[in-house]
Design a binder for this molecule. Structure first.
Ligand SMILES: Nc1ncnc2c1ncn2[C@@H]1O[C@H](COP(=O)(O)OP(=O)(O)O)[C@@H](O)[C@H]1O
Ligand SMILES: [Mg+2]
Length: 481
């Protein structure tokens, strides 16, 4: 390390001595703790051995377990326990390691040798901030040893919450670590700040990608050509098919989470909401997906949902790629549902048979009208009929009617002229991330855990009342009843 080996990432630019002192004290405390644990363990073993001896003495004369059962082997009970004590209440991994119960032992994995210390963030020099919100932080940086440019993303951690690493952060690391696909951003490593006592100093080192689709859409003077939209959608569907094949739901697909490099390659990023799910998926939180990209079944409180929620988001992204504007910009959950019904039609027994069984659907009052048709065709007059059929499919109210990502890849829209543009022929854009922080219009964020969604009783019966006058709808208001 050079003489400038101080933290460049934390704000505290001085007092290396204090830092060293704190580190020393921490190590000393750790050593004392380990000593104490060892002593307690020795005492426990001695007690167990004595108890075993006594038990053996008591059962003298009864048939033994064979010649092996001698004094030396007495501590069969000493067999190393490989799982935490069953008696202790279940807790997340973060709790387990903080458990002060001297009886419980840490899980140990023998022989693998794959777990090592994280390297320090000091191996990277920060070049510039890409994104700095109240909560998240992403910067462009360069690995000092190799000169390689990367993106550093600070793991989101609420420092006031003492329960350790949030499960979302652990999932983000685990999923990114497992993924290997050209349309999924690559995690190179996880690094930590020098001051390891500060839990917020955990960073993901990601491959650097020049743009995100949202910034491009906001700045481009002309919308993408149909051939470009196709290339982007094919790559998105290919990445999502890979995720779904591997039982991963992304749960926050939107244009700011899709990166595009200067070679026309799209990469799915931001796995902060993602998780592994089984088949069939278990009950899951409905508080996922940024409002404007959130599927109607989530808004209506479905506890069980699956891959189709990501397909809905892809439908919203498709619309946005065509117009450069987010498709369904609801102000809140009720307004979002209103906008969805306005564009895609009111659900009926035919179009979405299980709709009424959803928790928030019971209290909805829908108009008794036959105008349940989708307005998608009218909203996108330039789209070919194959394109409109794909968009209609992705934005089907009934999740079971949406195509899977694999189905989407096979859709005839991509085979029709104009053909998808070759990635290498993609236009390049000036990279904002390469110079300055990305400017953004304010858009909603993914929901935070713990925010409850309660729709209450909602009257949608006025939705289509103004439609004869105004083809595109809008301008109606909802009544809460
Ligand atoms: N690997 C990367 N390369 C370049 N920019 C990135 C990269 N990852 C994220 N970004 C930028 O940072 C922003 C926020 O990152 P993201 O992973 O979406 O975190 P958040 O959870 O804060 O939304 C993205 O919208 C994108 O502009
Ligand atoms: Mg994001």
């Amino acid at each position: 390390m050079s003489t400038m080996a101080k933290s460049r990432w934390a704000d505290d630019t001085d007092d290396a001595a204090l830092e060293a002192q704190l580190k020393k004290e921490k190590e000393e405390r750790k050593r004392q703790k380990a000593d104490k644990a060892r002593k307690l363990e020795e005492e426990r073993l001695a007690r167990e051995a004595a108890a075993a001896q006594a038990a053996k003495a008591a059962s003298q004369g009864e048939q033994g377990e064979g010649g092996q059962d001698d004094a030396n082997n007495a501590p069969r009970a000493k067999r190393r326990r490989l799982s935490p004590d069953r008696g202790t209440p279940a807790a997340g991994p973060a709790h387990e390691s903080a458990n002060s119960n001297s009886d419980s032992k840490l899980l140990r994995f023998e022989g693998g040798g794959t777990f090592g210390r994280c390297r320090s963030v000091e191996n990277y020099d920060k070049l510039n901030d890409i994104e700095e919100g109240a909560y998240g932080w992403v910067a462009r940086a360069q690995e000092a040893a190799t000169g390689k440019v990367v993106a550093l993303k600070r793991l989101k951690i609420d420092t006031t919450d003492r329960s350790g690493l949030p499960v979302t952060g652990l999932r983000e690391i685990q999923i990114l670590k497992d993924c290997d696909h050209r349309n999924v951003v690559k995690l190179q490593e996880v690094v930590v700040g020098e001051d390891t006592s500060r839990i917020e100093n955990i960073f993901l080192v990601l491959e650097f990608v020049e743009h995100d689709l949202k910034s491009i859409l906001e700045d481009m003077p002309e919308p993408f050509l149909a051939s470009e939209v196709k290339t982007l959608l094919l790559q998105l569907a290919s990445g999502v098919a890979y995720l779904h094949d591997n039982y991963i739901l992304h749960r926050d697909l939107k244009t700011s989470n899709l990166l595009l490099n200067n070679r026309g390659q799209l990469k799915i990023a931001d796995f902060g909401m993602a998780r592994y799910v089984g088949d069939p998926p278990p009950k899951l939180t409905q508080l996922v997906v940024t409002l404007w990209y959130r599927a109607p079944e989530l808004l209506l409180g479905a506890a069980r949902y699956a891959q189709a929620i990501d397909m809905w988001s892809i439908g919203c992204i498709f619309g946005e790629l065509l117009t450069r504007e987010p498709l369904l910009q609801g102000k809140n959950e009720v307004d979002e549902l209103t906008k969805i019904f306005e564009l895609c039609g009111i659900p009926t027994e035919d179009s979405w048979p299980s709709f009424r069984r959803l928790p928030n659907a019971r209290a909805l009052r829908l108009p008794k009208t036959t105008t349940t048709k989708s307005l998608i065709r009218a909203k996108f007059p330039l789209l070919t009929s194959a394109g409109a059929s794909l968009l209609n499919g992705l934005l089907a109210l009934d999740p079971d009617c949406r195509p899977t990502a694999k189905d989407m890849l096979e859709h005839e829209y991509f085979r029709q002229d104009p053909k998808p543009k070759q990635e290498a022929m993609f236009p390049t854009f000036p990279s904002k991330a390469g110079q300055e922080r990305r400017r953004r219009k304010t858009t909603p964020n993914a929901p935070i855990r713990g925010q409850a969604v309660e729709l209450g009783a909602v009257d949608f019966s006025g939705i289509f009342s103004g439609r004869d006058k105004e083809e595109r709808g809008g301008g109606f208001s909802l009544r809460m009843v």
